[in-house]
Design a protein around this ligand. Sequence first.
Ligand SMILES: Cc1cc2nc3c(=O)[nH]c(=O)nc-3n(C[C@H](O)[C@H](O)[C@H](O)COP(=O)(O)OP(=O)(O)OC[C@H]3O[C@@H](n4cnc5c(N)ncnc54)[C@H](O)[C@@H]3O)c2cc1C
Length: 478
Amino acid sequence: MGREALIGELKKIVGDRYVLTEKEDVIVYEQDGSIIQAMPEIVVLPADGGQVSAVVQLAGRENIPVVPRGSGTGLAGGAVPAEGGILLSLARLNRILAIDLKNRIAIVEPGVINLELTQAVAGDGYFYAPDPSSQAACSVGGNVANNSGGPHTLAYGVTTNHVLGVEVVLSSGEIVWLGGVVPDSPGYDLCGIFVGSEGTLGIVTKAVVRLMRARETVGTLLAVFTDLEPAIRTVVDITAAGIIPAALEMMDHQTIEAVESGAPVGYPRDAAAVLLVEVEGVREYSERSLSLLRGICSANGAREVRIAQSEAERQLLWKGRKGAFGAMGAVAPNYYVQDGVVPRSRLPEIMRFVGEVSERFGIKIANVFHAGDGNLHPNILFDLRKPGELERVIEASAEILRACVELGGSITGEHGIGLEKKAYIGLLFTTEDLEAMQRVRRAFDPYSRFNPAKLFPTPSGCGEIRGQQARLPAGLWI
Ligand SMILES: Cc1cc2nc3c(=O)[nH]c(=O)nc-3n(C[C@H](O)[C@H](O)[C@H](O)COP(=O)(O)OP(=O)(O)OC[C@H]3O[C@@H](n4cnc5c(N)ncnc54)[C@H](O)[C@@H]3O)c2cc1C
């Protein structure tokens, strides 16, 4: 079938308005939150699972790729249509279908915005726990695909801990349920395999998610440090003392500078680092934990420990943290955020290494991260217009990721592999491991039609890429 005939068939399925082909329309889908771009050929916006299935069947008959997209906030190029085909936006599947407080679950379509789910149940004293810092924009479907985390996953776990079942469209167009409305469905945990599969196994068209009861009290503390090392030591000491805060986040001087230059919230500009720590529970527990935390921070030399006195003050402290990536624009034309992980106890070493990399490459790095999870987010600040700068940035980030692996960690904590990290996956897995994963993929999607070019290195590269630096996939431009 020729291109025009294909577009005609797609319009019959979803309606004329919902098939985009003009450059000025599709250009907004050429990139996610990462620095990787590829111009889509055709963007299709179905309204429901039936339309998704019909589009997938058509793509199957025509043997063309289908790239699912939620809100496009991903940071690994996962929703970028690297090999053309149909870019399938799930944005119109945005209904909360059911809220069942007795069973503490909600059934949602994938385009529902993460924060809107919590807002829908907050009045009844519930919330949806996975809270990526992008939660005001990212979709539940994207969260499921990336198994996303967030500041509060230290206490609550990541998305997979909160998804009981998913309705998915397979590459045949068949609509099936994996998991269900109760925990621990019998048989293989296919829902578990699906969560975190980055759009390579099928399209999520509904999800059953857990709702959590809001805690009686929430205590939030900002600890201010004049040096970075004591702040990092404090993170290790807090967890070593047996306290598991709901959130334990760190921002360094560069990040504070960005936040205060972009959308100020009152973080002290002269600090080397701040820790944002939150505890939740019954009043006695929160008060006791805050007092213990204050003691640990002070023992490590915190020059100030500020406890939020009102919900407004708490929200302001979080506004700075959740807006930190966006604020990087106030201090640099471009930034490249990395997502390495190390065991918490290795945080001092990795942060020293990040500092060394920054000096050696002569580039500024702003660190804002889920310190309690050992999940780093070095934001490498740069200017794309300067020749050779991007290459240095990619080289610097490769060094950081390699160091994370050497320290017993991983190349991604929550942003996924997507396009960006597939060249590094050989640092963690053998060729045989990757082939086993490919067999799982083919069991769901025999022709690798969903989100091709993601997750796995190109076949000839599997063995070769070990230890090599990342390359942008051929055909992509930035
Ligand atoms: C400022 C900022 C802060 C962030 N903070 C965090 C954070 O704290 N924690 C964190 O984990 N991430 C964070 N992220 C990354 C990002 O927001 C998450 O990965 C998020 O889950 C992506 O959701 P999305 O709807 O934007 O998905 P997209 O970017 O559109 O897609 C992400 C992946 O999911 C696939 N996909 C999307 N929808 C579906 C579907 N219905 N079915 C199958 N596959 C699908 C896509 O193909 C792609 O591979 C942040 C990003 C930004 C820009």
